[in-house]
Design a protein around this ligand. Structure first.
Ligand code: SF4
Ligand code: SF4
Length: 511
């Protein structure tokens, strides 16, 4: 494959794509209740704009972006708001979060939808439309797209805009089906992104085990100048830094972003969401979800956000025997859920009902034998065994010296470790601890700053009081200078009246 550059490490894994990619995308049945989390993106949680009892239309904004890194949230169907409260959400922490629960009315009544003439708008206005349409990265990261579509003076022009259709994780096929069925919409979204970023070239990376998707996008790109580049099927080719390296040969700095080397990368489903938001006036209220593993009819479903996972499993024929774990995402980078009643969010690309066959068998971890296999496959070129030692020993500074935060948690190291050490779990633990310590430090620093500010205020007030007193002092001195002194009065009295005796006070008449 000409024009491609290899990245370090990676793996050939079992693919398990054909289980779910043979059927066209199915629409989801309308649930009676939709539980819509207000935080479905990286950044600040959206502020609720509705309360219990409010009627809402399909596509109506129900959560307003709060701050620059945030995104709007919308009602996926028409109905009545039943509650705005904390509910279980799909998150590795298992903690509940704020959600808007909507009792659907079955009427699917839309808001007014109007296409946006983006070519007549300033780029900041178009980005604002996308922010208010709730467009975030639909590859799983859920980072607000409006932020990524703003170069913010970092560079005048982008070198390369990459569309990521690699979909390297086993079992997941939602992007494959989207590319096959909606290639024109993806390219329409890509055109809008290119209009905003003005890149010198536009490349679309797709793993070479998706010939139908490659053909569909190649046809849709005809006459645009955009190039479809098949990349070798090797996990994790769809990870951003690895795809940037594969397609451009550029290394993203250890603590940097692709934009630092003139590249920006979006998922194909994100491009499609941009097209829907701009060309159709439709916010993000649904996404394609692969439902696979030990279900009777593995498939891809276009699910309304807020639909319970259990409903999609039921629509896929229900569970087969032997399900041991329910995973959101794939087996390499996904996480296990405790409950299948949690709602679909913008980040939920796959539900994998996994049994022993779908998971690597859980065997007891053995001591590290320093074989180096983990380092051989690490696509981030790290030393996973060192990260493991330091994370395990809670030597977090040392783990950071070995670039813990460059670990993309791809799971390649755990996959090949002959001692079956759950390496990624140690890295996640270390990262969480560091973040918690960092938060504590920030809290302490904030308290110190507040205390310092109070001392400064008290000192300032004291100085102001002293200054006022000093201003009054000369006036008092003048007054006292004008007032006749006791001695002078006595002297004057002596001079005028011999009756006045040396009594220390002038003689008074009558008393
Ligand atoms: S692969 Fe496992 S056993 Fe080998 S060096 Fe890495 S952590 Fe140690
Ligand atoms: S999980 Fe982290 S350390 Fe392990 S191979 Fe992937 S990037 Fe490297």
């Amino acid at each position: 494959m000409s024009g491609l550059f290899a990245f370090h490490g990676g793996l050939k894994t079992a693919r398990h794509k054909t289980e779910s990619n043979r059927q066209p995308i199915q629409p989801s049945a309308l649930p009676k209740r939709l539980v819509v989390p207000l935080r479905q993106h990286i950044g600040a949680i959206a502020k609720p704009l509705v309360q219990a009892g409010d009627r809402v239309l399909k596509g109506q904004i129900i959560g307003q972006p709060d701050g620059y890194i945030s995104a709007a949230v919308h009602a996926p169907s028409s109905g009545t708001v039943a509650a705005v409260d904390q509910r279980p959400v799909p998150h590795p922490s298992g903690l509940p979060d704020w959600c808007v629960t909507i009792e659907t009315d079955g009427e699917e009544r839309w808001i007014e939808r109007e296409p946006v003439a983006y070519r007549t708008l300033h780029s900041s206005e178009t980005r604002n439309v996308l922010r208010n349409a709730g467009v975030v990265g639909l590859g799983g990261a859920a980072f607000p797209s409006a932020v990524k579509l703003n170069l913010g003076g970092r560079r005048e022009r982008l070198d390369t805009l990459i569309l990521n259709g690699a979909e390297c994780e086993p079992w997941i096929t939602c992007d494959d089906r989207l590319m096959r069925e909606r290639a024109a919409g993806i390219v329409a979204g890509l055109r809008i992104m290119a209009h905003l970023l003005d890149p010198r070239e536009v490349l679309i990376g797709i793993e070479d085990d998706k010939p139908e998707a490659i053909a569909a996008l190649t046809a849709a790109c005809a006459g645009t100048g955009y190039a479809v580049r098949p990349v070798p099927t090797r996990y994790p080719s769809g990870s951003v830094k690895q795809l940037v390296k594969l397609l451009t040969g550029k290394e993203t700095p250890v603590d940097g972003l692709p934009v630092d080397v003139g590249v920006q990368c979006f998922n194909v489903a994100t491009a499609h969401a941009v097209h829907r938001a701009i060309d159709c006036g439709e916010p993000v209220i649904s996404r394609i979800v692969t439902v696979t593993g030990r279900v009777r009819r593995p498939q891809n479903i276009e699910a309304l956000l807020g639909t319970p996972f259990a409903d999609l499993v039921a629509q896929s024929g229900g569970y087969r025997d032997g399900v041991e774990r329910l995973i959101m995402g794939g087996p390499m980078m996904g996480f296990a859920l405790c409950d299948d009643r949690v709602p679909i969010t913008k980040a939920a690309n796959c539900i994998l009902a996994a049994g022993a066959e779908e998971l690597s068998p859980e065997r007891p971890a053995m001591p590290c034998i320093r074989c180096g296999a983990c380092a051989d496959v690490c696509p981030a070129d790290l030393l996973p065994q060192q990260l493991y030692w330091h994370s395990r020993a809670k030597e977090f500074d040392k783990a950071q010296d070995y670039h813990l935060f460059s670990c993309i948690e791809c799971g390649c190291c755990s996959y090949v470790c002959p001692s079956q050490i759950p390496l990624v779990q140690f890295y996640r633990y270390a990262k969480n601890e560091i973040w918690a310590q960092e938060k504590e430090k920030q809290k302490a620093e904030l308290a110190r700053q507040r205390h310092q500010a109070r001392l400064e205020r008290l000192e300032r007030e004291k100085q102001e009081r002293d200054a006022k007193l000093r201003q009054k002092a000369p006036a008092r001195a003048e007054v006292s200078a004008e007032k006749p002194s006791l001695e002078a009065a006595v002297a004057r009295a002596k001079a005028t009246s011999p009756a006045v005796v040396e009594a220390g006070a002038p003689a008074t008449s009558g008393d």
